[in-house]
Design a protein. Structure first.
Length: 206
């Protein structure tokens, strides 16, 4: 969700997505995109100018085909705020060729299963990454992100100030992995804990 091309979100690692989904149903949330595989290609210049300046250029195939630009982000008590500009496209392969002919290089790909839930003006993404399960909350303001996290039984202070790519880089170092893409095939048989990506589970405990 972007309001005036602004993305306001927080990410949390969780033990189990099922209780979060049950809580969303209790709160009256609606699943607007059922769980399905998402395929992403992230691009950069040959000298990694975008990564070095905190920018993202991504091509995604999910319930639609979408190209996204994200600007450098600012942290507001665990909530990330940054420019996000997206457009939907008609053909993934053609879009890929255009981007690459303009001189951008795919630096890595990543897969995940995602379901998107709508609750008023807020969206909650239930993500199954090859190295763990995560919640992303997007809302019109940082205060609303933190409030919804609490309603879902999550500690707002346990949000993860890192992208999935950054978490993967930590996992690679911790587990001495040699592959470069986040795919379920690459992670088959490998069990990852939050310690591997230097985080903690966000569920509140009694």
């Amino acid at each position: 969700m972007s309001k005036n091309n602004q993305e306001i979100e927080a990410k949390f690692a969780v033990r189990d997505l099922a209780p979060i989904q049950a809580r969303l149903l209790e709160m009256g949330a609606v699943c607007i995109v059922p769980r399905q595989m998402e395929y992403n290609l992230r691009y950069d210049t040959p000298d990694r100018t975008l990564s070095e300046t905190g920018q993202v250029l991504r091509l995604r195939r999910y319930d639609d085909i979408r190209m996204t630009y994200k600007g450098p982000g600012l942290r507001n008590e665990g909530v990330l705020e940054r420019t996000e500009i997206e457009t939907t496209l008609g053909d993934f392969d053609s879009a890929r060729l255009i981007i690459e002919h303009l001189g951008y290089t795919p630096i890595f790909l990543y897969e995940k299963y995602r379901a998107i839930w709508q609750l008023g003006a807020n969206q909650v993404m239930l993500d199954e990454m090859p190295f763990g399960e995560f919640i992303e909350i997007e809302a019109p303001s940082a205060e609303e992100v933190r409030a919804l996290a609490r309603q879902l039984g999550l500690n707002p202070h346990a949000s993860i100030p890192a992208s999935y790519q950054s978490l993967f880089e930590r996992v690679k170092v911790a587990r001495r992995l040699t592959f470069s893409d986040i795919t379920f095939a690459n992670f088959a048989g490998i069990r990852i804990s939050p310690e591997d990506f230097q985080s903690e589970f966000a569920e509140e405990t009694e």
